[in-house]
Design a protein around this ligand. Structure first.
Ligand code: NAD
Length: 480
């Protein structure tokens, strides 16, 4: 059951993802999708929409038509209780027709203010089955602070148990994000060193090249801290920081992520001011400054860039900072993690006559997108006369063909929902901890007047983002 079945996300991402699952045989005969929205669309028209949205995925018209034949449409206003009776009888009819054994997924791909209403009505209007599974999929954003997220969660949990709720964070569906666990827990050489004794600092960068484009209205109410840090960055950081789970399964992994997030230091006012910096992009060439974008108030203080330093107060990480940054209109579009190891305690090559450059820190870089892979820089002797060391890079990059064939996040995530695997979804305790951390930064920023705009498009953000690390005698591994 897909609420918001004629929306942008459904058309651009969800139907192509479902088609991929169909094409690969992960879903076959026993499935049906009921799309709903207020539009008056019949099944034939809806199937046409679905076919169009997946057309670029295959040239096999018969396969596409067979796939689309599983789609049905019900015109439905989610605020009108009478409409749920129509939905209910359609669900029951299709359950029989496709032998679904009462297994139901309710996907709410609508504006967040509807999440609570729909969840409540699904339960109260008896759309839940009693003989199969019932799962609820929720899109982002999950609240705009801890309080609103908490209210929303109460509404959802009145109808669904936590293990039935799948909160989408599409970053968790990315191949290389999932690979963080493989790299960490599948390799003695990394896991043995994965702590404050050997790691100097960790850097997470989610850079976007575009500005706000047509999302200005939404974005101006949100800003980079809420839009990127509270969810995607906190999830990545928790995967990097967590302890080894007992087993590679959702309950164990979630438990460790929650533990990590709970040991994240929640800043007081002074710490929040000094450990987080924000930015807003200026004009350049034909590009407008953020405050001149359509739909953005001329005096907007919304940040389009955030950089910050996170500290964990636990045995593994005490004293090792995690630096994060994200922003719009930066030099390029990419996501990467740089794990900077400590330099050897003694540099035996650096005696005065040697002429050898000092040893550099080993850096493990995890390339998340657009390239997928990782590299490790190590110090080695160069082949010239004398004894000089230089950093060399051991690099693995997935070839472009395999990168192209890698399942897209929504394909993986929908498949996980069908399997009932919550590993790559955000649990409520994780979301709550992340909001509590982010709310403190927001509180400080909301009472301070920033000097915006403060960074040039095509750069890596404001100077203050570099100063944040320089203050600790460090620098970003990726710099222009
Ligand atoms: P959209 O506005 O394009 O679609 C919303 C859908 O809800 C439409 O089908 C609309 O007809 C329907 N709808 C609105 N009011 C209704 C009502 N009262 N009763 C029944 N149906 C109603 O939104 P979208 O861009 O598809 O986003 C859906 C969700 O996904 C949002 O939570 C959004 O934050 C999230 N999301 C979207 C994207 C994206 O790329 N579009 C990316 C990430 C997250």
């Amino acid at each position: 059951m897909l609420f918001g079945g004629t929306g942008d996300l459904a058309i651009r991402k969800l139907y192509p993802a479902m088609f991929k699952l169909y094409q690969k045989g992960n879903i076959r005969d026993h499935f049906a999708v009921i799309g709903s929205s207020r539009y008056k669309v019949d099944d034939a028209k809806f199937r046409e929409m679905v076919e169009k949205s997946v057309a670029k995925e295959s040239s096999d018209k018969k396969l596409i038509a067979n796939f689309a034949s599983h789609f049905y449409f019900v015109t439905h206003d989610v605020t009108d209780l009478a409409h749920y009776a129509v939905l209910k009888s359609k669900i029951e009819e299709l359950d029989k027709k496709y032998e679904l054994q009462g297994n139901r997924v309710f996907y709410i791909s609508m504006a967040p203010n509807f999440f609570g209403t729909v969840a409540k009505n699904i339960k109260n209007q008896n759309l839940l089955s009693s003989d199969g599974f019932n799962r609820l999929v929720i899109e982002k954003p999950f609240g705009r602070d801890f309080e609103s997220a908490s209210e929303l969660n109460n509404e959802l949990s009145a109808a669904f148990d936590e293990n039935q709720i799948f909160r989408i964070d599409h970053y968790l569906g990315k191949e290389m994000i999932q690979n963080i666990e493989a790299i960490r827990f599948g390799n003695t050489i990394f896991e043995a060193l994965w702590n404050n004794r050997y790691i100097d600092n960790v850097q997470v960068t989610l850079a976007e090249k575009l500005g706000v484009e047509e999302r200005a209205g939404y974005y101006d109410n949100s800003g980079a801290l809420r839009d990127m840090v509270q969810n995607h960055i906190m999830q990545i950081v928790s995967l990097l920081a967590m302890e080894q789970p007992v087993a590679f399964k959702d309950t164990d992994i979630r438990a460790e992520k929650v533990k990590a997030l709970r040991s994240l230091r929640v800043y007081n006012v002074a710490e929040a001011s000094s450990n987080f910096v924000r930015g807003q992009y200026a004009a350049m060439g034909n590009g407008k400054e953020y405050r001149q974008e359509d739909g953005v108030p001329k005096d907007s203080n919304t940040e389009t860039f955030v950089a910050g330093k996170l500290m964990f107060d636990n045995y593994r990480w005490s004293g090792t900072p995690f630096y994060i940054r994200t922003g719009k209109k930066l030099a390029d579009k990419f996501t990467r993690v740089d794990v900077v190891f400590k330099k050897p305690l003694v540099d035996i090559f650096a005696f005065p006559q040697s002429g050898s450059a000092p040893l550099t820190a080993n850096v493990l870089t995890i390339f998340i997108e657009p390239n997928q892979g990782f590299s490790l820089t190590v110090n080695a002797k160069n082949s010239e006369q004398g004894f000089h060391t230089e950093p060399v890079s051991l690099k693995f990059l997935e070839d472009s063909k395999r990168t192209k064939e890698t399942p897209q996040p929504y394909e993986r995530l929908i498949h996980d929902v069908l399997k009932g695997d919550g590993t790559n979804f955000a649990s409520w305790p994780e979301v709550a901890s992340a909001w509590k951390f982010v709310d403190q930064i927001r509180r400080v920023w909301d009472i301070q007047q920033p000097i915006f705009p403060n960074y040039i498009p095509g750069s890596m953000g404001p100077v203050s983002a570099d100063e944040l690390l320089a203050r600790d005698h460090r620098e970003w591994v990726y710099k222009l």
